[in-house]
Design a protein around this ligand. Structure first.
Ligand code: SAM
Length: 378
């Protein structure tokens, strides 16, 4: 089930489309055509949009660093109560007036801040971020990812030194000296960013019909706590690595009755007798060699008629492709394992593991989590 390049002969229509695309590519690369299309009234709009998209691709790293600087200097929190003069922002951020002016202008250009007369306030994007501590935590976390991506070729060739993300995820390998710290940091980050996904998943897949629920890779139990609010009578189980379950045991948002199981999938069996097993942002972190036996473990843990829910960003829809294929593709490369899969691939894996009636369920923001479910034969 690993990703391979298709090895088949193209039909006549595909050959024609391929030939046309070759012609198109040559035309688009021609500087004379570029000049013409940028001034001809019927093509001008499209040409400018493409040029601007291309510039955004070149400048993306700079934009990310502007955002990172705003978050690290607490600019959004600073402006939550109202706009401030530039001089106040400079003093509070401990920047020279010139540096504050440069940062603020960059953030305004990116829609993060805006001028309010001669003061500076939150822009639409900045305002949205202030209500989203998970997204702010992810922005800070990305400092590691950017450092790891400094030489993407070495990373692709497997020649890069051990990555920051790999060390952050050190507890996944078990036993290292860094393991306890990395488990605490990683689990806290996941808990904060869980706010981005829990309600979307629970609105898409009603859980109130389920009575015994297991969340595999459940971290500190933030998702289970949200599920408990929707299905207060359900018996709850959480399974994660022992370094992580320690954090779930102290999560005040979880009911005391929650049963916590420390173990490592796919080697360790999951607790049995479940009528729902959820895997939230778990499967994409692992290779098929882990996921296939894990799904079999989930199948064993379910009672007949029980359901599995896989929720995570999924590959292959055009709207989500930049997130799944570009962002997660490289994030997981830096982390050292895993890949975003399409709903079709996940459903095929579920069938292979013995599940029936696999189906996709639409979620509010597939960018953060798509959803696939299936049942054990009743
Ligand atoms: C990306 S986090 C997601 C956590 C949580 N489900 C959420 O969405 O916030 C992946 C979780 O899977 C757990 N995990 C990874 N590999 C595991 C393994 N082999 N056995 C058990 N848990 C594992 C990690 O400890 C972590 O809590």
């Amino acid at each position: 089930m690993t990703a391979t390049m298709p090895d088949r002969r193209a039909g006549p229509f595909e050959r024609l489309a391929g030939w046309l695309k070759q012609r198109r590519d040559r035309l688009v690369a021609d500087p004379a055509f570029q000049r013409f299309s940028a001034s001809f009234p019927l093509t001008r709009g499209t040409a400018h949009r493409h040029a601007s998209d291309l510039f955004d691709l070149c400048a993306g790293f700079v934009y990310s660093q502007v955002l990172f600087a705003c978050v690290r200097l607490d600019l959004f929190a600073m402006l939550t109560r109202g706009p401030l003069p530039l001089s106040d922002i400079a003093a509070r951020a401990r920047l020279s007036p010139e540096a504050a002016d440069r940062l603020v202008r960059a953030a305004i250009a990116l829609g993060l801040l805006e001028w309010r007369g001669d003061t500076v306030g939150l822009g639409l994007k900045g305002a949205a971020l202030t209500g989203n501590p998970g997204a702010l935590a992810m922005v800070e976390h990305h400092a590691m990812l950017y450092a790891d991506l400094a030489d993407p070729i070495a990373l692709l060739r497997g020649e890069a030194p051990p990555s920051h993300l790999r060390r952050f995820w050190a507890y996944g390998d078990g036993g290292s000296a860094e393991a306890a710290d990395s488990a605490a940091d990683y689990t806290a980050l996941m808990a904060r960013s869980q706010a981005l996904v829990a309600d979307d998943i629970l609105d898409a897949y009603p859980v109130d019909k389920h009575r015994v629920v297991l969340d595999v890779g459940g971290g500190n139990g933030t998702f289970l706590a949200a599920l408990h609010r929707r299905a207060p009578a359900a018996e709850l189980h959480l399974f994660d690595l022992p370094a992580v379950t320690a954090h779930a045991a102290h999560n005040p948002a979880l009911p005391e009755s929650v049963m916590i199981h420390g173990g490592r999938f796919p080697d360790d069996p999951l607790p049995a007798g479940m009528d729902l097993v959820t895997l939230v942002r778990v499967v994409h972190d692992h290779e098929d060699a882990v996921v296939c036996p894990l799904l079999k473990r989930v199948h064993e843990a379910l009672v007949p008629g029980g359901s599995i829910v896989i929720a995570e960003p999924m590959a292959e829809s055009a709207a989500v492709a930049p997130m799944a294929d570009a962002y997660f593709g490289f994030y997981l490369l830096a982390m050292g394992q895993g890949r975003a899969r399409s709903p079709d691939t996940l459903m095929a894996m579920l069938v292979e593991a013995g599940f029936q009636a696999p189906r996709r369920v639409a979620t509010r923001r597939p960018l953060f989590a798509g959803l696939v479910t299936a049942t054990r034969h009743s």
